[in-house]
Ligand binder design. Sequence first.
Ligand code: PEP
Ligand code: MN
Length: 335
Amino acid sequence: MVIVMRPGATEDQLQAVIQRVEEHGLTPHVSRGKTQTIVGCIGDEHRLEEPVLLSLPGVARVLSVERPYKLASRDFATGSTIVPLGDKATVGNGHFAVIAGPCSVEGHAMLRETATEVAKAGAVALRGGAFKPRTSPYSFQGLGEEGLQILARVRDEVGLPIVTEVLDTRHVALVAQYADVLQIGARNMQNYALLSEVGSTDKPVLLKRGMSALLEDFLLAAEYIMTEGNANVILCERGIRTFERAMRNTLDMGAVPFLKRETHLPVIVDPSHAAGRRDLVEPLALAAVAAGADGLIVEVHPDPDRAKTDGDQSLSFEMFAHMMHVGRAVRKAVQ
Ligand code: PEP
Ligand code: MN
């Protein structure tokens, strides 16, 4: 249920509404817009009587929210959410952000070089996996804490905030010590213990869509993080598994405008894991920009053919700079 306050309702009137909601055992979530404030109510709606709420001073309307997700729903917010990426960059509500870097952190020199080059081309955050979710237990699993230390060092040297994946509830505190943004990978989108754990940190979360997740499942995964008190969630469409084999995954481009209508959270696209091959990354990225995405996360490597992970889909510095250049033109055209 959402209680919409009248424009010009006083703070005392708002507090009286909040108190009434709490008295009935529901949890209020206040969203203050420029002209209007709304109070989303989580809990058993039957305990709140609509006529009683409507009679409270300052209340304009009472709406019931049919959707299974509440905090992530547009109905629960007065505008689009802007999520911080470190202390200089943001994503959402017209703030377009490109996050770029290698699939995995392989060492200091390659990470520093990549960070310098992607920053020059316009990226505002650096990605890089220290803990890698590999399909085979025999594949390179990432540098672990050493990888996190390299990321933090490069952040200090180059000035880009860092986005890195956390795979396991046991590592959340450790990864949160280093990262500016915690990434939850596609394979963990429905790991509810992990979602709750990152929801209790104060770090923004980049949540990737599971390979077989419905958009409703995806939004409910965001809801898990948000119910723990962490409102800074970035949704990332990265392609799903379908019968199609030509590319690594099928990029669900329709997810972008759909999610933008359903939720106030920023929606970004990962064209790298969708395409699985570097020649298709730029066209998918451009399509995402045209579809209204709030940003991109792209894999870039100094020597893609020698990358330890995901080299086939990693862009060279030149390819990344080209994608950024054309991307700006597409953004301008659709704005
Ligand atoms: C990654 O970003 O390197 C990654 C493993 O992505 P996903 O979880 O989307 O497969
Ligand atoms: Mn990867």
